[in-house]
Write a protein that binds this ligand. Structure first.
Ligand SMILES: [Fe+2]
Length: 263
């Protein structure tokens, strides 16, 4: 995306810690408490267990090196601090190495309800808890490897897999449908749209459907895909994704379930 961020990357001190102000810790605390309350009975258990395994609290912005250590101990995954926006090639490359790229700045109060670009709340609270789940972590790493192998011509379609799972995925559980996508669990409006009665459509996850479904990043999602297990995700990414994308390109996109963005 050509858009410039109004945020700048926060850089670590020589000892590897990132400095956050009291106001930034307070913003984290507010976001954390609001979402933890909202997510009870809505987020899947694997996600909630992950929040605990990472030792996240409302007291302060977590330190990247602590998150990194805890992930290493659970699934061998890791995190790496990056600027607010990075090119897709770097993003995929890091995932293929089992490192989740983390923007380390936190949103200002004016963006407390919605921020288009990912900040550390989205990254750590949204993405990192499930990286403590081995099937999910394997899926994310394999996704990165597949993206690196297939190269640029497949990137657009590949990202749809990521979008409808890692960012906006839902999962069927014995207790009912639960959310796990980082874009849902880190945003109150998305949590409500995905988990309370709404106009949105919920479809069973099907790789070909996902590859043919356009999305917009700047609206609440009109379509969600629902998986049955994280093992299902792990199996899907072992398919011949290049061949499936070629097939999706031949079949063409589904008509978008949203208005085209004026540009
Ligand atoms: Fe994200």
């Amino acid at each position: 995306m050509a858009k410039e961020s109004t945020y700048t990357a926060k850089l670590p001190q020589p000892d590897g810690t990132y400095p956050y102000t009291q106001e930034e810790d307070a913003i984290w605390g507010e976001l954390y408490q609001r979402q933890m309350t909202l997510l009870q009975g809505k987020a899947c258990q694997e996600y909630l267990d992950g929040v605990e395994a990472l030792g996240l609290t409302s007291d302060r912005v977590p330190q990247l090196k602590d998150v990194n250590r805890r992930l290493h101990e659970t699934t061998g995954f890791g995190v790496e601090g990056v600027p607010a926006l990075i090119p897709p090639s770097r993003f995929y490359d890091l995932l293929s190495q089992g490192k989740f790229p983390l923007a380390t700045f936190i949103r200002r109060r004016e963006h407390i309800d919605y921020i288009e670009e990912p900040d550390i709340f989205h990254e750590v609270f949204g993405h990192c808890p499930l990286l403590t789940n081995q099937s999910y972590a394997n899926f994310v790493r394999r996704f990165g490897e597949t993206a690196v192998k297939l190269g640029k011509g497949y990137s657009w379609h590949l990202f749809r897999i990521f979008w409808f799972t890692v960012e906006f995925g839902l999962i069927n559980t014995p207790q009912g449908r639960r959310c796990f996508g980082a874009g849902i669990v880190s945003s109150p409006s998305e949590t409500r749209t995905a988990m309370e009665p709404s106009e949105s459509e919920f479809r069973p996850f099907n790789l070909m459907d996902v590859l043919r479904t356009p999305y917009r990043i700047d609206i609440v999602q009109p379509i969600y895909y629902v998986i049955d297990s994280f093992a299902q995700l792990e199996a899907i990414i072992e398919e011949d994704i290049g061949a499936r994308i070629d097939e999706a390109k031949t079949l063409g996109d589904y008509p978008p379930a949203f208005e085209r963005k004026a540009s």
